[in-house]
Design a protein. Structure first.
Lengths: 113, 111
């Protein structure tokens, strides 16, 4: 069975500072990996995805993530955060394009001015 | 174009009542998923449709939960005899290839 662990439930950072949100997964098969963002009272919006190919994936809003198969990790990074990045971030895994997503518990990113 | 829509956005039910939650997927999307998101948690899979066929219902927590998609488009998630532990946000997502697009969710509160 697949599982996802987001190592930090909350991450506070100052505006314009870099940030890394950590995600580790377990799976017995090849995986697709995703990061979603959820703003208050809204649904989930896709930030980026890894399906195959280059292990460094670039997404929207200046976010990027690196797939590391040996460490079973898919950490999300942004070099300089903005107040508008305050939200809940979810890492997810699936074993196929039309398969269910298994989500982590989420990381709440708080940006302080 | 229009995204995934869900209705109602908020639903308050008394314990024991039946509720029906509606999902309108993006036009042409073959796959449709339902997830349950408890407060402070990540979404958890409930069920999956490909067109009108329900291919996976392994995540439905009890036989009080029932989902349908009779014409391969709109889907309804029905919860019978609601319990307090059913309080959560119910998210619907549709997909054509390898990306799921989520609706805003229905927040269900059972009193």
């Amino acid at each position: 069975a697949q599982s996802v662990t987001q190592l930090d439930s909350q991450v506070p950072v100052f505006e314009e500072a870099p940030v890394e949100l950590r995600c580790n997964y377990s799976s017995s098969v090849s995986v697709y990996l995703f990061w979603y963002v959820q703003y208050p009272n809204q649904g989930l919006q896709l930030l980026l995805k890894y399906l195959s190919g280059s292990t460094l994936v670039k997404g929207i809003n200046g976010f990027e993530a690196e797939f590391n198969k040996s460490q079973t990790s898919f950490h999300l990074r942004k070099p300089s955060v903005h107040i508008s990045d305050t939200a809940e971030y979810f890492c997810a895994v699936s074993d196929g394009g039309a398969q269910k997503l298994v989500f982590g518990q989420g990381t709440r990113l708080t940006i302080n001015p | 174009g229009a995204g995934v829509s869900q209705s109602p956005r908020y639903k308050v039910a008394k314990r024991g009542q039946d509720v029906a939650l509606r999902c309108d997927p993006i036009s042409g999307h073959v796959s449709l998923f339902w997830y349950q998101q408890a407060l402070g948690q990540g979404p958890e899979f409930l069920t999956y449709f490909q067109n009108e066929a329900q291919l996976d219902k392994s995540g439905l927590p009890s036989d009080r939960f029932f989902a349908e998609r009779p014409e391969g488009s709109v889907s309804t998630l029905k919860i019978q005899r609601t319990q307090q532990e059913d309080s959560a946000v119910y998210l619907c997502a549709s997909s054509l290839y390898n990306e799921q697009f989520f609706g805003p969710g229905t927040r269900l509160t059972v009193l």
